[in-house]
Design a protein around this ligand. Structure first.
Ligand SMILES: *Cc1c(COP(=O)(O)O)cnc(C)c1O
Length: 368
């Protein structure tokens, strides 16, 4: 039977092995395994790609969010508005700094609804954390206008969207700080955990550098308490190497999305002219999502759900006081969304096979 995996990281390594191993070896040979030139070079490249003055390499996207909030002075007593349909880490980062996540519902394109953001503002609101879900930038004209009107910080959760653009501007270039993940499952991926934050604010960048390294301003003086959230030099070297190939990865994913959309456009949120989407995920919606998922699994097609339980309905969030029905669009999508394989190693025949399975399932549903 044909087997179509959801991701194929072994294929990624096989493709890059010959060129990558010398990079790994020369990084190890420097003996600079924390910090140093490999990290600095990556930071310069990442800042440039995001159109920002500074990038700070960190150990994960989650820590980029946590330290981004902390560096902005957000903490106990503060509220941060974010999307309930994100990965758990968005709200988790807000909790980690002692602030309160306040959710705003999403639009059919799965990104935060600016009208819902405006309605969620209270005197305690300090920041908005839009999430650029699936590789599509949220409606940042509207979000930044609301933030400016209410004097709020904007922390972009761009973990899924490195390289995506909105009206020509890259993800991460809209907020006070843009936070990215380089987790193995993201489009720009390390060989382990990694992340980074970008900003135009030199003082904010300096504070992020302190916070990632014990709060130390230099070897001996600590103006404040910090953590150990540095990116390993080895991961930085691997990311610099993979950055040179990222445009190709994104093009292959976009080509796959275009193939899917030929057959499945009716089930996938449309791409707008002002968006350049990087398709970290390709999500369709179906009435009988679970039935479709089982049917595809029987044909050897792996799928995933991002995410089946909205954050406000997670047991961890019980104390926040939300219940079922609080965010109807988010909850409706959670029951309907299905992520199809879209990785860069997927051959067109496999995409045809997936589409064929979905169309057959949908037709049988319609007929019954
Ligand atoms: C992956 C992800 C994160 C967390 O990134 P890590 O590097 O795994 O810590 C945060 N938010 C979103 C939307 C993500 O997809």
């Amino acid at each position: 039977m044909r087997r179509i995996p959801f991701v194929d990281l072994k294929a990624q390594f096989a493709e890059e092995r010959e060129a990558l191993m010398p990079v790994v070896e020369s990084c190890l040979a420097t003996g600079a395994w924390v910090g140093g030139e490999a990290v600095e070079r990556l930071e310069t490249d990442l800042a440039a790609r995001c159109g920002r003055a500074h990038a700070v390499a960190l150990n994960s996207g989650t820590d980029a969010l946590i330290l981004g909030l902390k560096a902005l002075g957000i903490g106990p007593g503060d509220e941060v508005i974010t999307a309930p349909n994100s990965f758990i880490a968005s709200a988790g980062a807000i909790i980690a700094v002692g602030a309160v996540p306040v959710f705003a519902d999403v639009r059919p394109d799965q990104n935060i609804d600016p009208d819902a953001v405006a309605a969620a503002i209270t005197p305690r609101t300090r920041a908005i954390m839009p999430v650029h879900l699936t590789g599509r930038v949220a409606d940042m004209d509207a979000v930044t206008a609301i933030a400016a009107r209410h004097n709020l910080a904007v922390v972009e959760d761009a973990a899924q969207s490195f390289g995506a653009r909105y009206r020509g501007r890259p993800a991460g270039s809209f907020g006070h700080v843009g936070c990215f993940s380089a987790h193995p499952l993201k489009n720009l991926n390390a060989a382990g955990d990694a992340g980074f934050a970008v900003t135009d604010d030199a003082a904010l960048a300096e504070r992020l550098r302190r916070l990632r390294s014990h709060g130390l301003a230099d070897r001996n003086s600590a103006p404040e308490w910090g953590l150990v959230s540095r990116m390993d030099a080895l991961q930085a070297a691997i990311l610099s190497f993979r950055l040179t190939r990222l445009a190709d990865v994104i093009e292959r994913r976009r080509a796959n999305a275009a193939l899917y959309r030929r057959h499945l456009a009716a089930f996938n949120a449309p791409c707008r002219d002002h968006e350049f989407n990087t398709f970290h995920l390709f999500v369709i919606q179906a009435d009988d999502r679970d039935g479709l998922r089982s049917f595809l699994a029987e044909q050897g097609i792996a799928t995933a759900i991002h995410y089946p339980i909205p954050i406000h309905l997670q047991p961890a969030a019980a104390g926040l006081g939300y219940g079922p029905g609080a965010f109807p669009e988010c909850e409706r999508q959670a029951a309907r969304i299905l992520s199809l394989p879209i990785h860069q190693f997927l051959p067109p025949e496999d995409i045809d096979f997936v589409c064929d399975g979905i169309i057959r399932f949908m037709a049988a549903q319609g007929a019954s």
